[in-house]
Design a binder for this molecule. Structure first.
Ligand code: SAM
Ligand code: SF4
Length: 328
């Protein structure tokens, strides 16, 4: 088991495989997209597999594949196949926008992938277009239903934006009534790639909860799984649960078990840090596994205690970082 300097176990890696995307969500990037990383700036699949093997050897048991949109990267399935063959890895999960995912679901199931987070901020087609700048809601809904048919554990992620989809909180949460999905509302974080000024979110976890409790006064707080980032609730008779992720408020840092690797191979030990170890450059400079292990352990031993401390010590506060280049 791997522990950081605050005695928090680390067993979860979020691996962002690309910064590119087939949507342009306004909380993530500007309408024209980002200055995409050059192909040779991205970690190769071989480099990713090498890092995953090393980290699994150190104690990582769960890897979430994210991006950008993971399925816009070529040969993603082949990579997942190689990843799933690594001994010691207990779980692979994926975060996707669902646009190019539907046809791949049977193959994901075959690889033993059982858990997918699907981003869906509204059930209204026009508002979906307004947020993502693409008219893809029907496809995303189809993906959700296919995943449920294949018995995936589906979590819907919705970022709540003032005056845009705040009226969707209840209708999204109502999905939990008849579908076995968990719906989680996320506070907007300051990583929109420069689309707009990053201010503390109007829709924080308390306001979101208030709205849910107005609709369901008997909404019950349930026990959160260890290391959960969401505060979870259940409405009697519903098939799924409702969660709120206080991503801006950062109330979950005390039990944070995760690290991140960005598409260009930067290790982040906190979502709000600026990157603490350039793994790609170390690998391309010919460094050995033993050297990388030493550097990784050193970084885990110097983790910030929470996102506030990491942000304070990070050079990128207030700049135009996009969540697509972090991985969520
Ligand atoms: N493209 C995939 C998707 O959208 O599911 C995976 C990458 S996306 C960056 C991962 C998660 O980050 C999504 O659930 C998305 O809603 C969330 N996200 C993106 N920008 C955000 C922001 N500024 N604040 C909060 N969550 C954000
Ligand atoms: Fe793409 Fe996901 Fe960012 Fe939306 S949140 S633009 S789907 S990477």
């Amino acid at each position: 088991m791997l522990y950081d300097n605050h005695n928090r176990p680390i067993h979860y890696l979020r691996l962002a495989v690309t910064d590119r995307c087939n949507l342009r969500c306004n909380y993530c990037m500007p309408e024209h997209g980002l200055e995409w990383l050059a192909r040779d700036a991205l970690l190769t699949y071989e480099e990713m597999l090498r890092l995953c093997r090393l980290l699994i050897g150190l104690g990582i048991t769960k890897i979430r594949i994210t991006g950008g949109e993971p399925f816009v990267r070529k040969d993603m399935l082949k990579f997942l196949q190689s990843l799933s063959a690594i001994k010691g890895l207990k779980e692979i999960s994926i975060t996707t926008n669902g646009v190019a995912t539907n046809a791949l679901i049977p193959q994901l199931a075959q690889l033993g992938i059982r858990s997918v987070n699907l981003s869906l901020d509204t059930l209204d087609r026009e508002r979906f277009f307004q947020i993502t700048r693409r008219d893809e809601l029907p496809l995303v809904l189809e993906t959700m239903h296919t995943m449920l048919q294949h018995d995936f554990k589906v979590k819907i992620n919705a970022v709540i934006l003032q005056g845009i989809n705040d009226t969707d909180i209840v209708s999204l949460a109502e999905l939990t009534q008849d579908l076995k999905v968990d719906v989680r509302f996320i506070e907007e974080m300051p990583f929109n790639g420069g689309d707009h000024a990053a201010t503390p979110p109007f829709w924080d976890h308390l306001r979101i909860l208030e709205t849910l409790q107005t609709r369901w006064p008997n909404l019950k707080k349930i026990t959160d799984e260890p290391h959960s980032t969401s505060l979870n609730y259940h409405q009697h008779g519903h098939l799924g649960n409702i969660g709120i992720i206080a991503a801006w408020t950062r109330s979950f840092c005390g039990s944070c078990n995760r690290i991140r690797i960005t598409p260009q191979g930067m290790l982040k030990t906190c979502l709000y840090d600026h990157g603490v170890l350039h793994l790609r450059d170390e690998m391309r400079n010919g460094k050995s596994d033993a050297y990388l292990t030493e550097k990784l352990l050193d970084a885990f031993g110097k983790r910030h205690k929470d996102g506030w401390e990491a942000e304070k010590n990070s050079a990128h506060t207030g700049d135009a970082t996009s969540m697509a280049s972090i991985g969520g």
